[in-house]
Write a protein that binds this ligand. Structure first.
Ligand code: 3HC
Length: 703
């Protein structure tokens, strides 16, 4: 074996030169890896004893893509294009041998090899779209030449990973290798190719599939139309479509040129910067600084859920889905039956959509039991309370639970806003109490805010994080404050949205501005969907708020055909002049004279206070790091991932601008806009949120 550089070696097996990469964690195409492949190919070509070449990786995976950490840094090492040319132009056949995940630039390297082989567990894909990019190393031109433009469009705009068996079916690989002998099978394939004197196959020369699609522009038009809603706001999918159009209509090298141009545009754009930020943010969020490394993990074998409402039922499903039995406790049989029926219906609906096998419904239902006795939770290692949001109710319940639950059990509350420390104080074991704030619908929404109380133990936190991963959630650890991270920031946006409509903006204008920003819907459309009468009581209604007035008028949201908007049978929202009149009357009574409110003001008034609140959350130590706040907002509140979350967005527009606007708003509208101290400090010292290290400013987290 010859060492080529720190991450590459070259070895000789049975007359075949084998280049082996070993660059943990994912063999990404760093400068060292590119240099290594390039030198390895030259070595193999010069090696008189090698008739063919195999490229493979050690470790968990084949090359998982370009090295994202290198993006935006000055270029170093051999360029990827040059590496690919060396492989493609090699006079000796090159076989790519894949295991783990062959993704992005990794798959694009395999696509310039003359043959491809993979083990059955391997997955292949071009996921660049997920970080706001397109496959920039020839993928957009070569993939359509193998799988056809239609499948290529689907794969590249979704970023989906293809299982090896399916990859064989669509021609992406030539052979499957035994799981435990990839190298042996790759060498055998290489020798066979040489023995049979097969001509070296280059995908760039295979034109039959793209030629077949030429003169059929409807194919691409139909694809654009079918996906318009899914792609809304994103820049990368449209550019991928343009590259595929080029693959169909232009010679290979011209298509490649367009791909390069569009790739560079995306790489330099705001969206990819935001999505790359999110890529790392979502991985960082799992890392809890200061947590004891050896914190004991509680083996959770049975979960108890208190409350069988929509929330309780949804929470239970998360555990049933991964084979953990759940016992649900309710106070009334009728409510319990309804909750169990909800679970069955939800599974039935998933099965109807083809996302669950019908047989699996019974398997999962067999894992759920229910009763009316809290005592029945005595065997559970984790109990999650999902009852009415009322402190006294919760404290009383936790007091009783404390007497029932076994020693060492985790006692969790699904509260979305209440003081977890107070809830914990109702027990004699506050160290076992934690908040698990699921988002509705709990079986669908990805986000889980894990709320650490003042006394929550490391073991309880570590177990909760691990369980969250097991049930497929994106977990973010937060501290205690009213509304925690997500709802506390939402409160800022909601307050401004409500205020802006009294000052003269219409609800439809506010909704449109936030929709155009990238949210799935604006706050007023959202209120209509949720129901304006949430928490409203007819007998106690005083007509003091706009919401109360609308409810009194019978305008309780979509379900009543009217709320802020009017709705026709198709649930299409139409602005309501009646509501505009009600708002004007209200404003008049409050002494607010209506004025023209610009779209820019709507956006800044709604978004900047959120960034400011995020800064307060950081300064109080309620969030571990700024990027955690972004993860919360992207996964729980529909913040567009291509804007990176409120904290990243604040940095991109510039913290000095946010601060100066907040000061202006404070002077004009009042103390609700008072800038956070941390924001002032950062601007004064020319720093950003992302310059702060995770532990530096979080007294609550310092052991
Ligand atoms: N570049 C740099 N670092 C990467 C990376 C990459 N392409 N892919 C993963 N990593 C890092 C992660 O940040 C993480 O680092 P950490 O331990 O410090 O947090 C570590 O590798 C392990 O990653 P995961 O935690 O994600 O591990 P998993 O085992 O869950 O997943 C994976 C592995 C499926 C490879 C997943 O990491 C992944 O999807 N990676 C990104 C793949 C991708 O987007 N590739 C395209 C890159 S762009 C490109 O290739 C452009 C080209 O067209 C020119």
């Amino acid at each position: 074996m010859v060492r080529i550089n720190d991450v590459t070696s070259y070895t000789h097996i049975d007359g075949v030169g084998v280049i082996v990469l070993n660059s943990p964690p994912v063999n990404a195409l760093s400068a060292a890896v590119r240099d290594g492949i390039h030198a390895g190919v030259r070595q193999a070509i010069a090696d008189a004893h090698a008739s063919a070449i195999v490229l493979r990786c050690d470790g968990n995976t084949f090359i998982a893509g370009a090295d994202i950490r290198e993006f935006g840094k000055p270029p170093a090492g051999v360029g990827l294009g040059e590496v690919q040319r060396a492989l493609e132009e090699s006079p000796k056949p090159v076989v790519a041998a894949m295991h783990g995940t062959a993704l992005g630039g990794g798959l694009e390297v395999a696509l310039v090899c003359h043959w491809r082989i993979a083990v059955p567990s391997a997955k292949l894909g071009l996921p660049e779209v997920g970080i706001g990019l397109l496959p920039g190393a020839g993928g957009t031109q070569r993939l359509p030449r193998i799988v056809g433009p239609e499948v290529a469009l689907e794969l590249m705009t979704s970023g989906a990973q293809v299982e090896a068996a399916d990859a064989l079916g669509i021609g992406l690989i030539d052979e499957l290798a035994p799981e435990d002998d990839l190298q042996g099978a790759a060498v055998a394939l290489a020798k066979r190719v040489v023995a049979e004197k097969r001509p070296l196959r280059k995908l760039r020369d295979q034109n039959d599939k793209v030629e077949a699609a030429r003169g059929n522009p409807e194919l691409v038009a139909a694809f654009r139309k079918a996906n318009a809603k899914k792609f809304r706001g994103f820049a990368a999918p449209e550019k991928i479509v343009q590259c595929v159009e080029a693959a169909v209509n232009l010679p290979f090298d011209e298509g490649l040129k367009l791909e390069r141009k569009l790739f560079v545009e995306l790489m330099q754009g705001e969206q990819s910067a935001a999505q790359r930020h999110y890529f790392f943010a979502s991985r960082q969020a799992w890392k809890v600084p200061g947590l004891k490394k050896d914190a004991a993990i509680v083996p959770v074998q049975t979960v108890g859920v208190i409350g069988a409402g929509t929330m309780g039922a949804g929470i239970a499903m998360n555990f049933l889905n991964v084979g953990i039995p759940v016992h649900i406790v309710e106070t009334r049989q009728e409510a319990l039956d309804r909750g169990l029926a909800t679970i069955r219906t939800n599974y039935g609906n998933t099965a109807k959509k083809g996302r669950l096998e019908v047989g699996a419904i019974e398997e999962r239902m067999a894992l759920v039991t229910g009763s009316l006795e809290l005592q029945d939770l005595s065997g559970c290692e984790l109990v999650i309370e999902a009852v009415f949001e009322d402190m006294e109710v919760k404290k009383h319940l936790f007091g009783r639970l404390d007497r029932v639950a076994k020693a060492g059990a985790i006692l969790a509350s699904n509260t979305s806003a209440l003081d977890l420390n107070q809830i914990a104080s109702a027990t004699a074991r506050p160290e076992s109490v934690i908040g698990l704030h699921f988002f509705s619908p709990a079986n669908v929404m990805k986000l889980l805010e894990i709320v650490r109380g003042d006394q929550t133990s490391d073991s309880v936190i570590a177990t909760s994080m691990q369980l969250a991963r097991k049930i497929g959630k994106v977990a973010v650890l937060v501290g205690v404050c009213p509304g925690f991270v997500g709802n506390r920031i939402l409160g800022q946006r909601q307050r401004e949205a409500n205020q802006l409509i009294f000052e003269g903006a219409t609800p439809w204008a506010v909704d449109r501005v936030l929709y155009d920003f990238g949210f799935p819907m604006g706050p007023f459309a959202m209120s209509d969907l949720a129901g304006l009468d949430l928490g409203w009581n007819k007998d106690k209604s005083t007509g003091a708020t706009l919401r109360e007035v609308l409810c009194e008028m019978g305008r309780r949201g979509q379900k009543t055909g009217a709320g802020f908007y009017d709705y026709d049978g198709q649930r299409t929202a139409q602005p309501s002049q009646l509501v505009e009149g009600v708002i004007r009357d209200f404003a008049r009574k409050k002494g607010i004279a209506p004025r023209q409110v610009s779209d820019d003001e709507i956006l800044e008034r709604c978004i900047y206070p959120m960034i400011n609140e995020g800064a307060k959350i950081l300064q109080e130590g309620v969030a571990v790091r700024a990027s955690d706040i972004d993860v919360v907002w992207i996964n729980g509140y529909g913040w567009p991932v291509y804007r990176g979350g409120p904290m990243h967005y604040g940095e991109r527009i510039g913290l000095p601008k946010v601060l100066s606007r907040m000061r202006e708003f404070e002077a004009r509208h009042g103390p609700q806009f008072k800038p956070a101290k941390l924001l002032e400090e950062l601007v004064a010292s020319g720093r950003k949120f992302s310059d702060l290290s995770p532990l530096a400013r979080t007294p609550a987290f310092q052991a």
